[in-house]
Design a protein around this ligand. Structure first.
Ligand code: GLC
Length: 735
């Protein structure tokens, strides 16, 4: 439709129809769930406003979507099509590594390809919008949703947000295989106090803007069609009712003119926050903040008409919101093609096709991070191996947000080993249950594994220890249960379940060739694992093809190349911990522990167990000292920083060379270093290559005391290395 036609449509719509467009309801409402009575009625849902809703969440599958769309449009006075939305976070049916694992690949382009394939599968299944990418910056491993982010660095997160938006949306939303992306959760949701989900967020505006906003802005600049509000407060006001955050910062400063949707029931939750006395005030404040769509609170549907008719809310606010929603539907081509890509035949052809599975396997391989290796990996073919641990036979490798991924499509580690005949005389033992008996997983119990008896548990462990004794080498497959990360899965203790640690301890007591493959949705305190095992390979939640990818890497056919996008803390007491910290006035200098009055702990080191950007491979590299082509840089200059990287080990390997810059003195304090570039390079044994990074004035900009993004003259240090531990900087003066 033309813009004029959209305007005419808007003008022809009744107030009830307009407000209906601002209402998102669960897809089950259209699939026969009763809405007119019970809790849903109390939430303001009636059959009438369901029939006028603008969007459905949670319906997918070409046949189901077409059935709902057809029935809905037949009843709608202007036959305005529904938008179908769902959380396609790391894949639809072909599930890729969790976003934190994708961040470990340090390859945004790869994630763009993953997002593109996820979009293809979602689109043929009738979906129009995904609630992804999550662009929240994270520093606290106690927060279960770190699994959904790409980590602790604004620059890396910005690249990923941009790549994923482009992957989902392609060149045009009307195109086949394109779905609309939704940047979330605006803003600052990744910084809840104490790492407890939905908790208060207290960030200075400077910190919010310097560290947390850039990735959201990158997603907006990439053209994200939607943004989702965060559950938390910002400066004491819930984001969902925060006019300054949404109208000034998001829309005016960042230039976002797409659809702003609330998070699930977040409009109503402003009552719990104590920001709104009732649902009437919640409706008024949310629409004043510019929230276009109410996800599943029923507040707009119940309250807005009276507010408009009573003159408390100008109808122009409604028109503004509805026009954005109609514009999105039009951009997707839904007025001409309300079923868009939904196609039962194409579903069979595209979903889980070999191309998608191959990409999922590549993405999984590149997500793995080798944290330790004392010669155990890759597995030499001449030694009998015991594969031990609760992940030996688990298909739950897709992470907490794989709503549509199915375990039937996932190979287990045992199957993958036997399928590839990578280890024909291997033995396999579960060794112990996934979780401890007293594991608190409220709300998940309906799908918790039944607990084994104490006797059975003992038998399993004894059997595993015997297998370890009989074999010369053990690969342990351990980790969090997938339900221990994700939404509403904060954890004060960030270790693997005690029963698994006990199994590891007993196995390491009888075998000194133990490699641990660690499945996790978050950084964990793995001191006791790293102490005991000779190798540790972090697998995150690797997705549909994760087990096959693991065998690819364990066997040595592919070398691991991942780098940590989020620091692995020494222990829970150390979080939040992140590499780009400020120096403080009393920086602790390692080795100078005698200096009492320094910023340090009495009982643990300052440094995380494994830092941001760290990851090993099956060879070794040497990086030369940093070379600069000048020691002074004027505003319009391009300074070139370079190093020579050499593969000094026995095998081909891929290294991610990272560029960090430190602004030595400025009008506000500056991090000890900030990632400003990286380059993946694959070298054969003995091969070397010069890696060059151009540095311009743009790389020196930050939020100054004037509240502007600008550079300031002064001294800068340039670090280039294989992790955020890079040292021996070169220095230049700018300005
Ligand atoms: C959830 C999440 C959000 C998700 C939405 C819809 O509560 O916070 O990330 O997209 O509801 O499922």
């Amino acid at each position: 439709m033309t813009k004029e036609a959209l305007q005419e449509l808007l003008e022809d719509m009744s107030l009830e129809e307009k407000i209906g467009q601002m209402n998102q309801v669960a897809g089950s409402f259209f699939l026969g769930a009763s809405v007119a009575t019970g809790p849903m009625a109390e939430k303001g849902f009636t059959q009438e406003n369901i029939d006028r809703a603008g969007s459905a969440i949670g319906v997918s599958g070409a046949a189901a979507v077409k059935k709902v769309q057809k029935a809905y449009m037949e009843k709608h006075p202007h036959r305005i099509p529904l938008l179908f939305m769902l959380d396609v976070i790391n894949g639809y049916k072909t599930v890729f590594p969790i976003p934190l694992g994708q961040g470990a690949a340090f390859e945004p382009e790869l994630s763009m390809r993953c997002a593109r394939m996820a979009a293809r599968e979602a689109a043929v299944s009738g979906l129009h919008v995904t609630f992804s990418p999550m662009a929240d910056l994270v520093r606290d491993a106690r927060w279960g949703r770190v699994m959904e982010s790409t980590g602790e660095d604004p620059y890396l997160n910005s690249l990923y947000a941009t790549a994923m938006v482009r992957g989902y949306q392609g060149n045009d939303l009307r195109d086949r295989g394109s779905i609309a992306a939704c940047i979330k959760h605006f803003a600052g949701y990744g910084a809840p106090d104490a790492g407890r989900d939905y908790n208060t967020v207290e960030l200075s505006e400077h910190t919010l803007r310097q560290f947390y906003l850039p990735a959201y802005e990158a997603g907006v600049q990439a053209g994200a069609a939607l943004v989702m509000t965060a559950f938390n407060t910002v400066e004491g006001i819930p984001a969902t009712g925060n006019r300054r955050l949404m109208r000034q910062i998001l829309r005016d400063e960042m230039g976002f003119d797409g659809v702003l949707i609330s998070d699930w029931a977040a409009i109503e939750e402003m009552l719990c926050h104590g920001y709104c006395a009732d649902r009437t005030q919640a409706a008024r404040r949310a629409v004043a903040a510019g929230v276009d769509m109410d996800m599943m609170a029923g507040v707009y549907a119940e309250q807005l008409a009276a507010l408009v008719q009573g003159g408390e809310v100008p109808e122009t606010l409604i028109d503004e919101a509805v026009m954005r929603i109609l514009t999105l539907k039009n951009a997707l081509g839904l007025f001409e093609a309300p079923f868009k890509d939904a196609d039962e035949e194409k579903e069979k052809e595209i979903i889980l096709c070999e191309e998608h599975r191959a990409l999922a396997r590549e993405a999984a391989r590149k997500s793995f991070v080798l944290l330790k290796n004392e010669g155990v990996l890759p597995l030499a073919p001449d030694t009998k191996t015991a594969y031990i641990g609760p992940y030996v036979d688990s298909r739950n490798l897709m992470g907490a947000w794989s709503l549509t991924g199915e375990t039937k499509d996932v190979a287990t580690l045992r199957e993958a080993v036997l399928e590839q005949r990578a280890d024909t005389d291997a033995v396999f033992c579960c060794g112990c249950p996934m979780t401890d008996r007293d594991m608190k997983l409220e709300g998940f119990l309906e799908c918790m594994d039944e607990m084994v008896s104490a006797e059975e548990q003992q038998r399993m462990m004894d059997e595993a220890v015997e297998a370890a004794k009989a074999c010369g080498r053990v690969v342990m497959l351990l980790g969090e249960d997938r339900r221990q990360s994700g939404e509403a899965a904060s954890s004060a203790g960030i270790q693997i379940p005690g029963i698994q640690q006990e199994l590891l301890d007993r196995v390491c007591a009888v075998c000194d060739q133990v490699a641990v493959v660690l499945f996790s949705g978050r950084p964990l305190d793995i001191r006791r694992i790293a102490e005991k095992a000779q190798a540790v390979l972090l697998a995150w939640m690797p997705g549909t093809e994760g087990a096959r990818a693991l065998v690819d890497v364990l066997s040595g056919r592919y070398a691991p190349s991942g780098k940590l996008p989020m620091s692995f803390p020494y222990c829970a007491g150390q979080v939040p911990v992140h590499y780009n910290e400020y120096p403080t006035g009393r920086p602790h200098v390692p080795g100078k522990d005698k200096d009492r009055f320094r910023s340090k702990y009495l009982d643990i080191p300052n440094a995380p167990l494994y830092p941001f950007g760290f990851g090993l491979t099956y060879t070794s590299f040497r990086v030369s000292p940093v070379r600069l082509d000048r020691d002074h840089m004027a505003k319009d200059d391009v300074l070139t920083a370079s190093v020579t990287v050499r593969n000094t080990g026995p095998a081909e390997g891929t290294e991610t060379i990272q560029l960090y810059i430190h602004d030595v003195a400025a009008s506000v304090v500056r991090p000890i270093k900030e990632l400003k570039g990286f380059c993946k390079v694959t070298l054969q044994p003995g091969e070397q290559k010069d890696i060059c990074f151009p540095i311009t004035e743009r790389e020196l900009r930050f939020l100054t005391e004037n509240g502007r993004w600008e550079s300031e003259p002064g001294a800068f240090e340039v670090f280039i290395g294989t992790s955020s531990l890079a040292d021996m900087p070169a220095r230049f003066v700018y300005g």
